[in-house]
Design a protein around this ligand. Structure first.
Ligand SMILES: NC(=O)c1ccc[n+]([C@@H]2O[C@H](COP(=O)([O-])OP(=O)(O)OC[C@H]3O[C@@H](n4cnc5c(N)ncnc54)[C@H](O)[C@@H]3O)[C@@H](O)[C@H]2O)c1
Ligand SMILES: O=P(O)(O)OC[C@@H](O)[C@@H](O)[C@H](O)[C@H](O)CO
Length: 384
């Protein structure tokens, strides 16, 4: 069995690549970073380490890598031959992989190939749907929605594993936490009874798992990163060592959890137990997970559908308290990390246009939302 995975980064190699290997796939990674491609091809294997298991070394075999920049025909060929196609490139890059993927799927269709599952393993609100939209909208390799439906199936996915890396000789080597969850939208698969990736869960009600992951876990994680950054803490562990930050983060997660209980059949007690488990996982000292990694790409994270504004709006819709979420969003707007392109863009925009216009532009909030003024007030309080 053959797999194609776009993005040989922390999650690509440290999570999806491992599960594909354990499930018997021969995986072709498609990436744009030549040193990673060369490293994988040197031995057709790669190493990864399990942080919370005494850095146990795992070797993942039966892999190769191709560059979509210098060898797109090889990428297209791999897509034509694949039994499954996955991605983990960050949703901001889905439009960049779309032309190569579209070219491959169109060629597969022209050759009369079989229908293939395509899944975007990204932290976002229904990332596979976003990928499908990017495929249809890409101008370089036109493909219609009808053609996509003829050659592919597009299940959404919830993806959970803390995957970091250590740089050795210029190559990022994945360092992962043992706990993981990969939840797949069963009814959208080519064959809803098949379970091609071992270790994954196949469910009919993905929404509740996806939103719990993004709106509770990633929500609390991002809040920790932004509060921590504001308070000059380097890592998530350091941030959660500060009792006030920890209390605020738990309050943020509970506001989000309360909204989840209105939308889905979760009890608040279940979600409290989930929050406790997540706080334990993210505050493991050995992770050395930097607040700048967890807070990265704030334009993406402050989007109305993403992990902070998404649950805050949901809480508002149900008439629930979202004041701690508003404070976390404000801290996101205060994230002035110079090494993060998106943070620099937001800071420049705020400097030129003010926080009000920034909140309108990046979070699509207007004075019609009660949340709008709460975020602005919280931001001004932070800056006072
Ligand atoms: N790291 C985690 O703990 C974690 C956990 C769950 C989900 N995720 C999600 O997984 C995705 C990837 O995160 P990551 O931490 O692995 O990031 P990463 O930066 O380590 O990996 C991204 C990879 O994508 C590659 N890439 C970028 N643009 C590309 C393009 N146009 N074509 C091909 N490859 C391209 C990069 O070179 C890199 O190797 C994100 O959506 C993230 O939200 C991450
Ligand atoms: O990957 P991002 O940038 O969407 O979010 C940063 C972290 O919250 C994220 O990578 C978590 O570590 C991961 O989602 C855990 O499963």
């Amino acid at each position: 069995m053959k797999a194609v995975h776009f993005g040989a980064g922390n999650i690509g190699r440290g999570f999806i690549g491992e599960l594909l290997f354990e499930s018997g796939f021969e995986t072709t990674f498609i990436d744009v970073v030549q040193p990673i491609i060369d490293y994988i091809n040197a031995s057709h294997s790669y190493e990864m380490y399990v942080i919370d298991n005494n850095y146990e070394k795992k070797v993942i075999k039966n892999v190769k890598a191709v560059s979509s920049i210098t060898d797109e025909p090889a990428a297209v060929e791999a897509i034509c031959e694949a039994d499954i196609i996955t991605t983990s490139v960050c949703v901001d890059n889905l439009d960049k992989i779309a032309p190569t993927l579209a070219k491959g799927l169109k060629e597969r269709l022209n050759r009369g190939g079989s229908k293939v599952n395509v899944m975007a393993c990204e932290n976002a609100f229904y990332a596979t749907d976003m990928l499908k939209k990017a495929l249809v909208e890409n101008k370089k390799a036109p493909i219609t929605e009808a053609e996509l439906d003829e050659i592919g199936a597009f299940p959404n996915v919830a993806v959970d594993r803390i995957a970091l890396c250590k740089v050795v000789d210029g190559v990022k080597i994945p360092q992962i936490q043992s706990t993981f969850e990969l939840v797949i939208e069963k009814d959208k698969m080519v064959d809803p009874t098949a379970q091609p990736i071992k270790g994954a869960e196949y469910v009919e009600n993905l929404g509740m798992y996806l939103e719990r992951k993004l709106y509770v876990f990633n929500c609390g994680h991002a809040a920790t990163a932004y509060f921590g950054y504001y308070n000059n803490r380097a890592t998530i562990f350091d941030a959660l060592e500060v009792p006030e930050i920890k209390a605020d983060v738990i309050a943020v997660m509970k506001e989000s959890a309360m909204a989840m209980t209105k939308k889905y059949p979760f009890t608040f007690e279940e979600l409290e137990a989930y929050i406790e488990k997540i706080i334990k996982r993210i505050s493991l000292e050995e992770l050395h997970d930097e607040v700048v990694r967890v807070g990265r790409s704030p334009i993406r994270k402050l989007n109305a559908k993403d992990r902070l504004v998404g649950p805050a709006l949901l809480a508002e819709q149900y008439g629930l308290d979202n004041s701690h979420l508003a404070k976390a969003i404000a801290a996101g707007y205060a994230f002035d990390c110079k090494d993060d392109e998106q943070a620099v863009e937001i800071q420049n925009y705020i400097a030129e246009n003010g926080i009000e216009k920034a909140v309108e532009k990046y979070s699509s909030l207007t004075a019609e939302h009660a949340l709008y003024q709460k975020v602005i007030d919280a931001y001004k309080a932070l800056k006072a």
